[in-house]
Design a protein around this ligand. Structure first.
Ligand SMILES: *[C@@H]1O[C@H](CO)[C@@H](O)[C@H](O)[C@H]1NC(C)=O
Ligand SMILES: *[C@@H]1O[C@H](CO)[C@@H](O)[C@H](O)[C@H]1NC(C)=O
Ligand SMILES: *[C@@H]1O[C@H](CO)[C@@H](O)[C@H](O)[C@H]1NC(C)=O
Length: 388
């Protein structure tokens, strides 16, 4: 029977687990050397060169039998990387493999880490206060495992290819990297570390990055997305959402191709959108706003102290209401039924572009202390300008 009793991972020969250990370290040194002490931290000298980055060497390993639909809870002061179990070696998806690595000759407290599985709770826990920030922990979990990972200090978190209901990551100064994650709910919180989303992220997403943390996203798709930074840049290449809300205090918000219904707010930062296909409400107090509206819902832009640039294809159909200390309409654009209304220290221009009766869409821009620019630009030009 393979199911281990409590504490089995702490050491001592375990007949039933030999096969697992062999599989786990199939690529490493001859298995016989380890057979007598499967869970003892073995000397780095026993290992064949591994492809670990830096000079870190695996120092201690565990294999646990788990429910494929359980969850991982990690509380660590060091780096942790989580990847799915190799389905070829583990077709039942019922193992968790944990490896702690460190620099050879370092002084890691390898006994100061608790690795255990609670069967009733279906919860795998990896917990340590004392292991030392130089350690790194690699965990392979069933693809569907929920993840709840918190690191302290500079501990970084990397999660690749998870497909779960709930994925929570919390760091202090450490970087969070999520790559190709599909989760009904993805929640990332950091107090100074970068957040990097690679590949496609699918699911309702909530990212809060405080202090100077930046958030960088390749492609994010989810019905509800909330992202906030304080002083750091918030950058997303592709965003497909039904409803998203992005905000920053001083950080710029720089977005590539956006589909959906989006609210963006920054106090001091600039807001730039390369291509908008949807509804947008963007406001900033001191920053500038620059948006290419390719196809649209309604667009409402405000900058209290800065300027606004709206770039549109000449075929766009819309009502416009542009209000600023100055309004500058590119001569290539003819506004129909244009009305200019002088206001306190500025002007408001109303008109339509290519208006037809069925078009109810509008663009409003208000920059009481700055200039509103309306420019015509083809989609290809907008791509070229961005160096695609
Ligand atoms: C985003 O914020 C809205 C409004 O506070 C909330 O209703 C929604 O559930 C949030 N979405 C996520 C994915 O956290
Ligand atoms: C914000 O935009 C304004 C106007 O385009 C520019 O002068 C300023 O340098 C930008 N700020 C940053 C931080 O990019
Ligand atoms: C829209 O109006 C512009 C002039 O502002 C004109 O050049 C363009 O051909 C019109 N496009 C359509 C689709 O009517």
């Amino acid at each position: 029977m393979l199911v281990p009793g409590p504490g089995w991972w702490r050491g001592g020969p375990q007949l039933g687990t030999l096969g697992l250990w062999a599989a786990l370290r199939a690529a490493a040194a001859p298995a016989a050397a380890r057979r007598a002490h499967p869970a003892r931290p073995y000397s780095p000298l026993e290992r064949s060169p591994s492809n670990e980055p830096a000079r870190k060497t695996p120092l201690k390993e565990w294999t646990l039998i788990v429910n494929p639909f359980g969850r991982l809870q990690a509380r660590l002061p060091c780096d942790i990387a989580v990847r799915p179990l190799d389905p070829y070696h583990y077709p039942d998806s019922d193992r968790v493999l944990v490896t702690v690595s460190g620099v050879e000759g370092g002084s890691l407290d390898l006994d100061g880490i608790q690795v255990k599985y609670d069967e009733a709770e279906k919860q795998m826990a990896i917990v340590s206060d004392s292991i030392g920030y130089e350690a790194s922990v690699e965990v392979k979990v069933p693809m569907k495992f929920d993840l709840n990972i918190r690191t302290s200090g500079t501990g970084c978190v990397k999660v690749q290819e998870a497909e779960c209901d709930d994925c929570r990551i919390e760091t202090e100064q450490g970087i969070s990297i999520v790559q190709s994650v599909k989760s009904k709910k993805l929640h990332i919180q950091t107090k100074g570390g970068k957040v990097i989303c690679l590949g496609t992220i699918l699911g309702n997403t909530d990212i809060h990055a405080s202090e100077k943390s930046t958030v960088t996203i390749d492609k994010l798709q989810g019905s509800s997305v909330n992202i906030s930074t304080e002083d750091g840049l918030l950058k997303a290449k592709y965003l497909y959402t039904e409803s998203s809300s992005l905000s920053s205090a001083a950080g710029d918000i720089t977005l590539g191709s956006i589909h959906g219904d989006l609210t963006v707010h920054s106090k001091m930062g600039n807001i730039t959108i390369d291509s908008l296909n949807g509804y947008l409400k963007a406001s900033t107090y001191e920053g500038a706003v620059d948006v290419y509206v390719s196809q649209m819902g309604n667009v409402d832009l405000k900058s209290q102290k800065g300027s606004i640039t709206i770039r549109v294809p000449s075929s766009l159909k819309a009502h416009l209401q542009l209000s600023g200390s100055k309004v500058d309409v590119n001569p290539e654009i003819t506004l129909q039924e244009m009305k200019e209304v002088p206001k306190d220290n500025g002007i408001t221009i109303n008109g339509h572009m290519n208006q037809t009766s069925e078009c109810e869409k509008w663009i409003k821009a208000s920059a009481p202390s700055g200039t509103v620019h309306l420019r015509s630009q083809s989609w290809f030009q907008s791509l070229k300008l961005k160096g695609f």
